[in-house]
Design a protein around this ligand. Sequence first.
Ligand code: NDP
Ligand code: MG
Ligand code: MG
Length: 330
Amino acid sequence: MAKMYYEKDGDAGIIKGKKVAIIGYGSQGHAHALNLKESGADVVIGLHKESKSADKARKDGFEVYEVAEAARLSDVIMMLIPDEKQREVYEQSIKDNLKEGDALAFAHGFNIHFTQINPPENVDVFMAAPKGPGHLVRRVYTEGGGVPALIAIHQDYSGKARDIAMSYAIGIGSARAGVLETTFKEETETDLFGEQAVLCGGVTELIKAGFDTLVNAGYQKEVAYFECLHELKLIVDLLYEGGFENMRYSISDTAEYGDYMIGRRIVTDETRAEMKKALTEIQNGEFARNWLMENALNRPNFNSIKRNELEHPIVEVGKELRSMMTWIKG
Ligand code: NDP
Ligand code: MG
Ligand code: MG
């Protein structure tokens, strides 16, 4: 089994002795910043002039600077703005404000692995990537837990990059759950694959295919929604808590028999072959190139598919049903 690291395996003190600039105050940014601050680190926020999130950061008790100033003031600079914007912000505001021995940090390896950002040799470059959405990184920390994280070292100028990365992971609470050491390449490729084939792309297409099949066969769309989307959470909770065994223990034997007989007819050899193809396109840089091109061209595909997706009947029926379930936060 891969070696997991926990709080006892690192030095929580290192990050407290550094000034940390969190660049961006969105999903990951607010979570890293608040968790680190409550863990005793000295945190400032770097944002652009027109930032909407600056008020939120100030309300949460942070000093907010423009990115260049935040980078200049700090020893550890964590890039938590959208991946597709990082190159430009790095070039314009960060590059010239890195001093010897600083650490540049990432929560995803995209820009380093695909050579969009090429830091100078005299800084450390590390990753601390929680394996969960930012809001969970924050919520679980306040509950005394943590979201597991990957750490990786791209460049170790100080000879202490790994210790700093581990201390950072302790500061955001991730070492309570477990920290796994990886490389920028492994994190980038598996993260992209996971979100494309399973977590986001795979799941939403599976839900839509199930929903469409039922609705096209004349069943009520409300029933189809509950069956194919709403119930997924209950199943995922069982998986999260105890893996396949736990989920299959909890469902009926009829459901378990159907799971064994039909699941493999849905995710077929053809699906697996397509997954392999998607992985190859990640590995050979084709996906990264397409995504960077898409952004350079103002996202023509992204925007048109996004519009179409919002017109799918599952969107409207979902809105209505959720508005009646007042305990579900929208
Ligand atoms: P968000 O989209 O939530 O980041 C938005 C923040 O970045 C806002 O504060 C926004 O300011 C700010 N921002 C946008 N453009 C600029 C700019 N040009 N200059 C300065 N600030 C800017 O990002 P995520 O948290 O989703 O992602 C951050 C990193 O974390 C990425 O590398 C991502 O891959 C990684 N990651 C994300 C996960 C997630 O849960 N979302 C999970 C694991 C890793 P405003 O809106 O106020 O203008
Ligand atoms: Mg990702
Ligand atoms: Mg059932």
